[in-house]
Design a protein around this ligand. Structure first.
Ligand code: ANZ
Ligand code: ZN
Length: 806
């Protein structure tokens, strides 16, 4: 007889709900464990079978930890502000709130069908006013500390739609909606000073248990670079030009300098006869992305400004060029070019016939003639370099800095690839930025007791065409009074980016209904930080960096008791379609979990995804292979039909204890597939028995419960136990059964060793002798005479004394 997975799942899901078994306990003296999924954006498509993988893994961890006696916090919510709902509103006029609510319903129904052990009483959405009240509150704190400021910055601008675009809406440099070439336009923006935290964000990475790749990605993104700033004079001008270099040891090989097209000094140094050409060049670079500009293989372009800079180390005059391979917002936006020792400079110098001068040779005194095939790019020994001649690498750089500092024209400088975070969007469906612009007082924060600043209703969701958000069109909302001087003032109409709400949601789950603070400090102390964070590796930089930044800031102002929010982090691998391609609607290979769950049940689904292969690896879906895990669960069901009157068998006991240990360890190592294999071995062993020891079977159910909670709970009740299995204790294993329990002992005939046999260490005399007599070799010897004596020295030897046959 098979089991009816649908009615079993429905029955237990509703009983768990009624009994609130997943409500987060808070026992004063108990260990806590906070296991968190990256909360989803509730898209219109619903889930495909790739999405739940991470949720299943974290759910197993949550269930395991619950059974080991921890106060487990395992919440779920919705990251629900964002573009898709807004674009849908522009197309159809449907309010994003309506779309979002409908999508959340679908998502929640789907998540519930897996039987996840979420504490749904803590459900939250980033779009509800009592949540974004605190998102706004955090912004106000950043503003008060000078970490949120206004600046004019270039954004993506579609000249045809007359709107700013998010980076995600720019596809191959074109507007996603109308395919017009996107321009850069300078607009006033709110910016968060994440760079003030660059060093601490780097340091913190040393203390977290994260995948190596993700830590490296953040390190690279922050991009700390130690170098030197050198200030060149400009011929015939009072102005100076400062460059940033990591290779000041090559200063004597500098043959020209280059400024970025957006560099402020440009306008005043271009000579009249070069003006027109330079302006045309600058205009042409506007459309290019940073990527296109710095790509190594890209053909380098540039143009001479007519002016010369003076190298302060040599007093040489070198031409000043403008070229778009130099970026305006990195370093000082100007570089000293050393074509003999830098690939980009070399390509540029060759193209425009600029001098190429070697100044670094190998440690073996070899001077490499610069060519497209071979450049001396590494550290080496300086030559033809005045006071640096003969010095090597770091030593030469130190000396150059000393000289420069004495002369007042160079100094050490640390640069970061990380930029401050452009935090405003010209969009409707986001948190309004709580600032009022007053002609007298400047930007003033909305007073905290007036938060949340509600997102008003609008008639149209289209951007206004002036680069402002749709909120700018609502006069009664925009016009207000200044909280400081009471004079007429205007509200900020930009909203926050999609990332804002996810920067601190892990804190709110700890205390989701608090209306005095973002979360109670004592509760944060008990449940924070997140012990185990599970989600996709595509969030390696943006979300995971932004959230660390906000948490660190909240730590600094005393709102949060820990500096790092995510102690351990794991990424699930991607599940591909059956055709081994990425699962997507357009490829037609999407598998809907609803169908699988209806056909095979949630337990089979969960177990299958855990058994497919290593959790972190990419692997293809296979509906056919699901049959295997389905059969396994049927085997478990059939075990429940065996009599539970058996005695524990020693071999099974050993296997059971091994399994308890392995499954527990595998779960915490996210090695779910090997845990399932081990459970299969145990189930096979039990299937071979006529009857089962009740305790053996109950322990199997406990071990399997995190993976297949519905079926095991049903069997638990069926064999006469009180619910709920999901709240039972995880079984204990005893080391005693895990030590190697066999020993080798010699078997002698008349004192001569004839064979060595393996026996259990605690084997009895009778059993040992019987076993020895079973061996073919020994039988042959024994047949040659009559046994007169059998000797067993425990753990040492067996000896048969025989008298030859007469
Ligand atoms: C001279 C030099 C000689 C350089 C040499 C390198 C090798 P990281 O490590 O990324 O910090 N650079 C500086 N500012 C730039 C900008 N705004 N746009 C494009 N390139 C810029 O790289 C620092 C190096 O990148 C600097 O060191 C500078 O080139 C270039 F043999 O200066 B170097
Ligand atoms: Zn004012």
């Amino acid at each position: 007889m098979s089991f009816d997975h649908q009615s079993i799942a429905a029955k237990w899901q509703s009983r768990w709900n009624e009994a609130k078994v997943y409500r987060t306990p808070n026992n004063p003296d108990r260990e806590k464990y906070y296991v968190l999924d990256m909360f989803p954006y509730p898209s219109g498509q619903g889930l495909h079978v790739g999405h739940p993988l991470g949720y299943i893994g974290s759910d197993i961890v949550a269930r395991y930890k619950r059974m080991t006696g921890a106060d487990v916090l395992h919440p779920m919510g919705w990251d629900a502000f964002g573009l898709p709902a807004e674009n849908y509103a522009i197309k159809t006029g449907t309010h994003p709130r309506v779309t979002t609510e409908a999508n959340i319903k679908t998502f929640k129904r789907q998540l519930e069908s897996f039987g996840f052990s979420y504490d749904w009483e803590r459900e939250l959405s980033t779009t509800t006013p009592d949540y974004y009240r605190w998102t706004q509150w955090i912004f106000v704190q950043l503003f008060k500390k000078g970490l949120a400021y206004e600046a004019k910055l270039p954004i993506n601008w579609c000249p045809s739609c007359k709107t700013g675009l998010a980076n995600e809406e720019v596809v191959d440099g074109k507007c996603e909606r109308c395919s017009t070439l996107v321009e850069r336009k300078d607009l006033r923006q709110w910016v968060l000073k994440i760079t003030a935290y660059a060093d601490r964000l780097l340091d913190g990475l040393k203390s977290v248990d994260w995948p190596e790749k993700t830590r490296t990605a953040q390190e690279y993104w922050i991009g700390r670079s130690e170098g030197t700033e050198i200030t060149f004079g400009i011929d015939g001008s009072e102005q100076k030009l400062t460059v940033f270099t990591t290779r000041v040891d090559t200063i004597f090989g500098c043959s020209y300098v280059v400024v970025a097209p957006e560099h402020a000094v440009l306008e005043s140094i271009v000579t009249p006869e070069h003006k027109e050409a330079v302006e045309a060049y600058v205009a042409a670079t506007k459309a290019k992305s940073d990527m296109e500009r710095t790509e190594l293989n890209q053909d380098k372009t540039g143009i001479f400004t007519g002016s010369f800079a003076i190298n302060p180390y040599t007093n040489e005059y070198v031409p000043i060029w403008v070229a778009d391979y130099v970026l305006g917002h990195y370093g000082t936006g100007a570089v000293m070019a050393v074509p003999a020792h830098d690939e980009r400079d070399f390509a540029f110098a060759q193209k425009y016939n600029l001098p190429i001068k070697s100044v670094i040779k190998t440690v073996d005194d070899e001077v490499i003639e610069p060519s497209a095939e071979h450049l001396m790019l590494e550290d080496g020994i300086c030559f033809d370099s005045g006071p640096l001649t003969g010095l090597a690498g770091a030593e030469a750089r130190n000396q150059a800095v000393i000289i420069g500092e004495k002369g007042g024209f160079a100094t050490k400088k640390v640069n970061y690839r990380l930029h401050d975070w452009v935090f405003s969007r010209q969009r409707y469906w986001g948190e309004p930025i709580p600032v009022i612009h007053c002609p007298n007082c400047g930007p003033v924060a909305v007073p905290e007791n007036q938060l949340p600043l509600l997102l008003p209703e609008v008639e149209k969701y289209e951007p206004t065409g002036t680069g402002e958000s749709p909120l700018a069109g609502i006069n009664e909302w925009v016009n207000t009074t200044c909280p400081e001087c009471n004079e007429p003032a205007k509200r900020e109409t930009n909203t926050m980016p999609q990332w804002a709400g996810s920067c601190w949601y892990f804190l709110r789950f700890i205390d989701p209904t608090n209306d005095k603070a973002l979360a109670d400090y004592k509760l944060l102390e008990k449940f924070g930080p997140v012990d185990m964070y599970v989600g996709g590796s595509e969030h390696a930089v943006l979300h995971l960096l932004y959230a660390r930044f906000w948490n660190l800031f909240l730590f600094d102002i005393g709102a949060v008791p820990f500096a790092e929010p995510f102690k351990s982090l794991r990424h699930q691998g991607m599940i591909l379609g059956e055709n081994h391609q990425k699962m997507s609607k357009s490829r037609g290979n999407v598998v809907n979990p609803d169908i699988i769950i209806t056909e095979y049940g949630a337990d089979t689904f969960r177990l299958y995804e855990m058994f497919m292969g290593p959790f972190t690896e990419m692997k293809p879906w296979s509906t056919k292979s699901i049959e295997g895990t389905h059969r396994f669960l049927q085997k478990v069901w059939r075990l429940s039909e065996k009599p539970l009157t058996g005695e524990a068998q020693s071999a099974t006991t050993v296997l059971l204890h091994k399994t308890i240990k392995k499954v527990g360890e595998d779960i915490m190592n996210f090695s779910f597939n090997t845990a399932v294999s081990q459970l299969m071995i145990l189930v096979n062993a039990l299937s071979d028995q006529e009857s089962l020891a009740r305790s053996d079977f109950e322990n199997l159910l406990r071990l399997l419960s995190p993976f297949a909670p519905h079926l095991t709970e049903e069997i638990w009740e069926k064999i006469g136990n009180k619910p709920f299995l999901v709240l039972e204790n995880w079984p204990q294993y005893s080391e005693h059964y895990l030590v190697d329990t066999t020993i080798d002992i010699p078997v002698q005939i008349n004192g001569k060793v004839r064979q060595v046999i393996s026996v259990a260490a605690d084997i009895s005399q009778e059993e040992a002798i019987a076993l020895a007599k079973d061996q073919a070799t020994i039988q042959k010897w024994l047949s040659e005479g009559d046994v007169v004596k059998e000797i067993y020295v425990p753990r040492k030897m067996i000896n048969f004394v025989i008298k030859p046959k007469a």
